[in-house]
Design a binder for this molecule. Structure first.
Ligand code: SF4
Length: 290
């Protein structure tokens, strides 16, 4: 019998609102439903609705005495023409901001300056080194460009990581292929000066045709899980926070062996909300259509 589990109770008092501002993108990532190769209707969130929601969040922040972080993603959020004015407006409401991007737009000096000035966190999606990243994302030589971009962001931020913003994070998608080089990749992120590395396993909802041949295998996840605490410690000593807990790894291992785990409490809407490009708010992206 499978024992129901809880997500870990939120440790921070911060309230995070993830907003999918658009569904446009200029890349062809093989696992993504927003890839430019997918024929679908592209939309952006209504600016007045988001500003109004920002006002609501400002009130919530005041009343609850909790800091609200609005985390902007897409699609590719830097393809949304209203990103800069709306971000500036949300900052006026005293909200914190973060952005998740494929990183390409940050090559532009002015765009990078905006991100550095306005964001508490910048998360760049990088799945591996060299071909590992290019193959998944439909480009060539992308990692060299991303290294230049990340190193420049880090250098602009000044020498003291602990006291300066924004936090520079990288998120990687773990596939059957990228998990093989993950340790080398993680150390390379430490070389670049990245503050935090997060990862999620490949999911099958967006591109079910890609999933079976690329999903993680059980015999890959076991050694990964065993090695994880040691790797985490090594990277911590190098100034990189490799994010991931025992329960997170447990869930990945269960998926790899096709084992469903019941969740008895995921603390819905107590620390997190998701808003899609139509302006629908829900406890997470899986519950938007419920
Ligand atoms: S860059 Fe992001 S939004 Fe664009 S196709 Fe890749 S995963 Fe999807």
């Amino acid at each position: 019998m499978i024992k129901p589990t809880s997500f870990e109770a939120p440790t921070s008092d911060r309230f995070v609102v993830v907003v999918r501002v658009n569904t446009h993108c200029d890349l062809s990532c093989l696992y993504c439903g927003f890839s430019k190769d997918m024929h679908r209707r592209r939309r952006s969130i209504s600016v007045p609705s988001l500003i109004r929601f920002g006002e609501v969040l400002r009130e919530f922040q005041c009343d609850s005495n909790r800091k609200v972080l609005v985390s902007l993603l897409g699609g590719e959020p830097f393809q949304w023409h209203s990103l800069i004015p709306v971000s500036n407006q949300l900052l006026q409401f005293d909200l914190s901001l973060s952005v998740t991007t494929n990183g390409l737009a940050l090559e532009d000096e002015q765009t990078a300056r905006f991100a550095m000035d306005c964001m508490d966190e910048i998360t760049i999606s990088i799945d591996g080194l060299g071909d590992d990243h290019d193959r998944l994302r439909g480009g060539k030589g992308m990692v060299e460009g991303l290294e230049r971009i990340v190193r420049r962001l880090v250098s602009k931020r000044g020498p003291d990581r602990c006291q300066t913003k924004p936090r520079i994070r990288v998120n990687a998608v773990l596939t059957r292929h990228t998990i093989v080089g993950f340790e080398t990749f993680a150390h390379r992120m430490a070389d670049w000066g990245v503050d935090a590395l997060t990862f999620n396993q490949l999911g099958g909802n967006d591109r079910p045709e890609f999933y079976p041949e690329n999903r993680l295998l059980e015999d890959q996840v076991l050694p990964f899980t065993e090695r994880f605490p040691g790797l985490q410690q090594e990277l911590r000593e190098r100034g990189l926070d490799l994010c991931g807990s025992e329960s997170y790894l447990h869930r990945i291992a269960c998926t790899a062996r096709h084992q469903a785990i019941a969740i008895d409490d995921c603390f819905p809407a107590t620390h997190f909300l998701f808003v899609d490009e139509l302006g629908v708010a829900s406890p997470c992206s899986f519950t938007t259509d419920c």
